[in-house]
Design a protein around this ligand. Sequence first.
Ligand code: ADP
Ligand code: MG
Length: 400
Amino acid sequence: MRIVLFTGKGGVGKSTVAAGTAALAAAGGLRTLVISTDAAHSLADAYGAAATGRGAEPTEVAPGLFLQQVDAQLRFEQSWADIQRYLLSVLDAVGMDPVAAEEMTVIPGAEEVLALLELRQHARSGRWDVIVVDCAPTAETLRLLALPEALGWYLERLLPIQRRLVKALRPVLNRAAGVPMPGDAVFDAITRLHGELDDVHALLSGADASVRLVLTPEQVVLAEARRAYTSLCLFGYRVDGVVANRVFPDGDSDPWRAGWVAAQADVLREVAQSFGGLPVWTSEYQPAEPVGVAALTALATDLYDGADPLAVPTGDGPFRVTRGESGAVVHLALPFVTRAEVDLARNGDELVMTVGSYRRLMTLPPGLARLRVAGAGVVEGELRVRFAEPDPVATGKESR
Ligand SMILES: Nc1ncnc2c1ncn2[C@@H]1O[C@H](COP(=O)(O)OP(=O)(O)O)[C@@H](O)[C@H]1O
Ligand SMILES: [Mg+2]
């Protein structure tokens, strides 16, 4: 089962392109679900469908094409509210280490968590050949996609600590420190949520999932798309294409149009250079809003221009490990950054990577955790962290 996510700056055409891609997939006979994680649910509007897709079940808007919009109001799960309240109160009450405390900022809204859980349920249902995800604008999407790993990381640590605490200190802490004690239901809900978020992360960072960046050929939009590309790579997601939407067609031009055509051509050249190696699909500025299944299918047909819209990306994902005689190297694709812009720290069996305002705590693959970091550099858009055998002297000291 294939999962394709679309993200980009607000208003560039994410919903339009997601809806079009899904319509094209369904027209090709695939059982297709298009799901929105954007609170500004506009998929139903794009299809011009009477159905909103907001019920408990997806609504069919064309043969084989189903629409689902996650509605927190309708599907609010009480357990998440409990968990969230509990997490926040714990954060408030106990002194967590600074890294953990910073991670707290990723605690997301119920709507985002529900969207992920909903996506997982559909992905595991066996009901679909393809799921197209119409994401919220870039920043929210990144928050969403960073969530499974970050929250999982947090829950993993919180759970055993709290279990022990509760056992030993429930009577004392309840009064003295004001640490709120969760009931068993909260523990169970947290444990279940943890497992499900792990699964979402596995699905979305897996070989059958990819993210597409939608942009319009304008400088500010391109700048945001470049940053999004870097951050998506940081979090381990595979970007497999760029959509340049609302490109003005060349033609008999008045000065206004000629100006736009020239300006867009400049940015499009930069797009081609920026995302070297990725396909750039272009879609013209239509003479009218592309609304309705037929118009969207036509737009997507033009866009992919004969290429398979669901081709599984080939090549390495953004992350790989090479091993040699004397250690190993972790390679992480990180386009557009210099070494100085990457902050790297080691925290036990984790590598803490920070780029701008985004931070990833990556659990090191087995075998690497016992090695020491021997150096790091950014080469050809790739962060390379070298790991070497532990210093024998240091090891000797530790074991003494
Ligand atoms: N290629 C295009 N030509 C003309 N109008 C477009 C095109 N792509 C999108 N639109 C219109 O632009 C508006 C914003 O598109 P939308 O897909 O909702 O953006 P987003 O989901 O990124 O916020 C909508 O009215 C849509 O119909
Ligand atoms: Mg939208």
